[in-house]
Design a binder for this molecule. Structure first.
Ligand SMILES: Cc1cc2nc3c(=O)[nH]c(=O)nc-3n(C[C@H](O)[C@H](O)[C@H](O)COP(=O)(O)OP(=O)(O)OC[C@H]3O[C@@H](n4cnc5c(N)ncnc54)[C@H](O)[C@@H]3O)c2cc1C
Length: 469
């Protein structure tokens, strides 16, 4: 009897729960990957993400082939293709890993309904399942601190290898190349599992510095594995247990605890989206859905400048340019630029979400929405609306000597340290001397932070007053 293991985002053989469970009951499996080409034309996707995905699928295919196994790639709508393959090979069952996005939930329901055999779905992409960590009243947690308290104490599953198995092919088709799908090869990221392992192990050697260094983008002291977790070239259990292995080897283990806390944030946002799918279109705090974000001609110009990294706020521009170039942005910058879009530009958060979807190599709906609504002060457990990040002081604090700014905004390269965060305050003579004339080589600030901050607070207070009526 043969089972189908339908892979979607756990693009690895190691510790892949659907594969592990299928091989416990079956000697023969079809490892199926369905490329839904309409998805590529209809969804907000960008080359970094698609290119990473392409690497991940093709390297998994090669890795299986090296062991004499096969990845069956098929093209089409999974709702048609998966049942078609299941009937063609008279499959005993289809095995998948749970997925948490509203899109994936609908797709899986449709596929399960069209099958003549069982559809077995397993927890895999998070450390703790959506209903595993609930309040004493059995409701989902909305406050991270309480969620984390329980999360920390729960036992974590260990990675598992699949049992011995053979694969059978099911009329495989080639993997379409990036060109055919309408995307470019983005060489900044290598989406293979080997590349993910390399990043993970290099980070483990430096995890001791994480607690202190993680907020300073120039130090590069985070793991940079988010796209590998997104596409499942690394498993969440694998990364958690690699960090656990470091215990007892370090003088100070705070870095391990803080890093594991980030994995808890990931689970927290995943379970939130599962329980509150409306968050993709609506703010979690409904009282703020009446805010009319700005979109007149001037704000359209500001938005353009923001996306291009030309706001005249060096730290913000450095983050937006890092994103444009690499498809990735450091977490501190994600918070700073999102806050800037909200509180300095008053741009609708959904517009920013669309932009991030197009550009992020690691675009993960639950985490994007969680992060965006946190900085927009309209999410669960969000930054209070009256605590507005100052984009200048954020830069001064987290990039004190301007190393990160100089890396991504090369026109500020020669600006002296005392002006690196506020180049518009450089005397004209200094501007000439260092070859950075404000308004010509680099823009003056497109908005005045203190004024925009007041406007933002008013937007929130008006929405709160409306809610009280
Ligand atoms: C506005 C905004 C949007 C974001 N969008 C995404 C997104 O689309 N995809 C994504 O993977 N992350 C997103 N994040 C979370 C975070 O910025 C990235 O996960 C992190 O920068 C990835 O880098 P790293 O792998 O070096 O993380 P590390 O600091 O090494 O952390 C390890 C892992 O923990 C998880 N993690 C870390 N920080 C967070 C966080 N704040 N919330 C939830 N999980 C976290 C990630 O899976 C990350 O890979 C967003 C944050 C904000 C503020």
């Amino acid at each position: 009897m043969t089972a189908i293991v339908w892979l979607r985002r756990a693009l690895r053989e190691y510790d892949n729960t659907a594969l592990v469970r299928a091989t416990q009951d079956h000697d023969e499996v079809v490892i199926l990957y369905v490329v839904d080409t309409t998805y590529f034309s209809e969804t907000e996707l960008g080359s970094p993400r698609v290119s990473f995905w392409h690497d991940a699928v093709s390297s998994l295919k090669s890795q299986l082939e090296e062991q004499g196994k096969q990845l069956t790639i098929r093209q089409g709508d999974p709702v048609t293709v998966v049942p078609e393959v299941a009937r063609a090979i008279d499959a005993d069952a289809v095995y998948v890993n749970h997925d948490y996005t509203p899109y994936a939930q609908q797709r899986d329901e449709a596929v399960a309904g069209a099958l003549d055999c069982p559809f077995n779905s397993f927890q895999d992409i998070v450390l703790h399942e959506k209903d595993e960590i609930l309040t004493n009243k059995e409701t989902p947690y909305q406050i991270f601190t309480y969620y984390h308290k329980k999360w920390r104490k729960r036992e974590k599953s260990r990675p598992v290898e699949p049992a011995e198995y053979e694969t059978v092919p099911a009329d495989p088709e080639p993997l379409p190349d990036l060109d055919t799908l309408g995307f470019e090869n983005h060489t900044y990221w290598d989406g293979s599992r080997e590349a993910g392992r390399e990043r993970l192990m290099a980070f483990m050697d430096a995890i001791e510095n994480y607690d202190e260094g993680r907020d300073y983008p120039a130090r590069e002291e985070t793991a940079t594995i988010s796209p590998h977790l997104k596409f499942g070239t690394l498993s969440p259990r694998e990364v958690y247990w690699e960090s656990e292995r470091m215990r007892g080897r370090l003088d100070d283990e705070t870095g391990i605890d803080t890093w594991q806390q980030q994995l808890a944030w990931r689970d927290f946002y995943m379970q939130l989206l599962w329980h509150y799918p409306r968050m993709t279109d609506e703010p979690f705090q409904e009282q703020y859905s009446s805010i009319e974000w700005h979109w007149d001609e001037q704000h359209k110009e500001h938005w353009k400048a923001f996306c291009a990294g030309q706001t005249g706020y060096p730290f913000v521009d450095a983050g937006m340019r890092q994103l444009k170039e690499t498809g990735w942005m450091h977490n501190r910058l994600r918070m700073v630029v999102t806050s800037f879009a909200a509180k300095d530009l008053h741009i609708d958060w959904r517009r920013l979400h669309t932009h991030f979807k197009r550009h992020f190599v690691d675009a993960e709906v639950a985490l994007m929405i969680g992060g965006i609504q946190w900085a927009y002060s309209n999410g669960t457990d969000a930054q209070p609306y009256f605590r507005v990040f100052n984009p200048w002081t954020q830069g001064e604090r987290y990039d004190p000597d301007g190393t990160f700014i100089r890396e991504w905004v090369p026109e500020l390269q020669a600006v002296p340290d005392e002006h690196i965060h506020t180049p518009h305050e450089m005397p004209k003579t200094v501007q000439q001397q260092v070859g950075c004339v404000i308004g010509k080589d680099y823009p003056a600030p497109i908005v005045e932070h203190s004024e925009e901050r007041e406007i933002a607070i008013e937007l929130f207070e008006n929405a709160r007053d409306d809610g009280d009526d």
